[in-house]
Design a binder for this molecule. Sequence first.
Ligand SMILES: Cc1cc2nc3c(=O)[nH]c(=O)nc-3n(C[C@H](O)[C@H](O)[C@H](O)COP(=O)(O)OP(=O)(O)OC[C@H]3O[C@@H](n4cnc5c(N)ncnc54)[C@H](O)[C@@H]3O)c2cc1C
Length: 410
Amino acid sequence: MKRIAVVGGGVAGMTAALRLAEAGHEVDLFEAAPALGGRTKSFYDEEVDEWVDNGPHAMVGAYHSTLKLLQDIDATQYVNWQSSLTLSLWDKARGFFDLKAVSWLPVNIALIWAVYRLPGHDVSSVKAMLRLAMTMHNRNEEQTVQQWMDEIKAPERLVEDMLEVLCLGVMNEPMNTAKAKTFALVLALSFSSHRNAKMGWFNKPLSQALVAPLADKLRALDVNIELRSSIRSLDELNHDSIVLALPAFARNRLLGIKEGVATQSITNIHLWFEDKVELPNLMQGMLDTYGQWLFDVSAMMNQENKLQHLCVIVSADESDKTQDELVTLVLSEIETMLDVKLPQPQKVRFIREKRATVLVREQKGVDLPGHVFDVGEAPQIGELPATIELAVLLGEKAAQMVHLSHENSA
Ligand SMILES: Cc1cc2nc3c(=O)[nH]c(=O)nc-3n(C[C@H](O)[C@H](O)[C@H](O)COP(=O)(O)OP(=O)(O)OC[C@H]3O[C@@H](n4cnc5c(N)ncnc54)[C@H](O)[C@@H]3O)c2cc1C
């Protein structure tokens, strides 16, 4: 048994601590904030009497490590899944339409059929989908998603209705800078089976659905959790091994490295209404608008006796408008979409996470002593983008690295 310090109490750090404690090590978990969770965080809002996530988190069935983790912490009941992939979309010209992969066809054929059936698409979209599939496995490191789409001559409509939506959603980056090699990996993984392609969402706030079950397991395994403990130097820790489960910018801060790290923001505009706003879908994609997704949080979480909570999500948000202007804008976009006059929201909460994700880039490694393992979010080109799944995988990797190093030194 070794003494291990895990720095960072987000999903990556909690997963690392869990797997290390399961392997019989004595683990100290250090978290700078007053609560565990990191970017999967919720806070209690007294005014609406509700636990509110900084932003709703969606998943896909291809998050296999996350699913295994949820099983291990007895939390699978907190995620609801589509029966097969459906993207419910809207634009001003065509109204509401669904990209729906029917489950009775093999997933790749179902997707091509789904695209063909979208309003405004024809055989040119089908051909482009085939070219996309055929070119997935040989993307180079420099190429952007936009360049890939130009190369396969993807029709504008296919890009707008599907590829741009997916690129923003999974990579949190516009197509003109997002890396094609990672996007190709995500498409290949997600569209390899119906099970992988379908989307899932938490039916309880993240604090209850993910963080509390993880924290309970950690306590049951005697992990020592130190909240409000910001580690400022490795010299503060005298453990056999140290795991750094921090996004690259926080790791650099701890190590005194001045170099910047490319990150991207996500904006969430939470809206609460007294009178019910009827929405056709739980997760509504919006095209050609500032708001990209409208989530009916109350319906997702089955909260019937409260104000209705909606959340507008904007990935890779680079708008320089004021918060008030953006709230007015999304309210008018929802009115146009639903063709109704919305009641005045009882409450609005504008949350922009400036460093929501570390972008996929060629990431420089850092020199560390042999007993320190860096598993923070710093996705390389061709690896998964920053997601819950990446965080879980990094946590698992930390435990394996520590294990191997102890075996080698034994
Ligand atoms: C608004 C928003 C929406 C998102 N939506 C999705 C989604 O729909 N699907 C999806 O898969 N992913 C989504 N993500 C991404 C996902 O939340 C993150 O990729 C994941 O939670 C990262 O976990 P982590 O443990 O690697 O990092 P973090 O959660 O950042 O954890 C790092 C922890 O380290 C702590 N820390 C920092 N410095 C120190 C220090 N010196 N000492 C001690 N502790 C320190 C921090 O306080 C933090 O708690 C979203 C993120 C945001 C912000």
